[in-house]
Design a protein. Structure first.
Length: 116
């Protein structure tokens, strides 16, 4: 069983920034491809960004150039730096491994609300 705790969400105005963190309990997850996902009200959960063990990163088109994913192996964490936030970024943000076979559930997520 892997424990996942996301944090750092909040209310921000359009154009603002937030820094999300995700702490996971398994050290071996530092060598796994990790990802951020988000789920807006009434929508399916969608993939946002991925970071591989070699630190290569990938982003969905709507956040490319605005979001940056990092990993902090010393702290069993990944982070998501979000700049120039837009109202359509409003969602609950989750992290997890990309390997569905290794998952044992989802964390509680962290709410991001972008509104003036």
């Amino acid at each position: 069983q892997v424990q996942i705790v996301e944090s750092g969400g909040g209310l921000v105005q359009p154009g603002g920034s937030l820094r999300l963190s995700c702490q996971f309990s398994r050290i071996d997850w530092n060598s796994r491809t990790m990802a951020w996902y988000r789920q807006a009200p009434g929508a399916e959960r969608e993939w946002v960004a991925t970071i591989r063990s070699d630190l290569r990163s990938y982003y969905t088109a709507s956040v490319s150039g605005r979001f940056t994913i990092y990993r902090d192996g010393a702290r069993n964490m990944i982070r998501l730096h979000m700049n120039n936030l837009k109202p359509e970024d409003t969602a609950v943000y989750y992290c997890n491994t990309m390997d569905e076979r290794a998952r044992s559930g989802w964390g509680q997520g962290t709410q991001v609300t972008v509104s003036s």
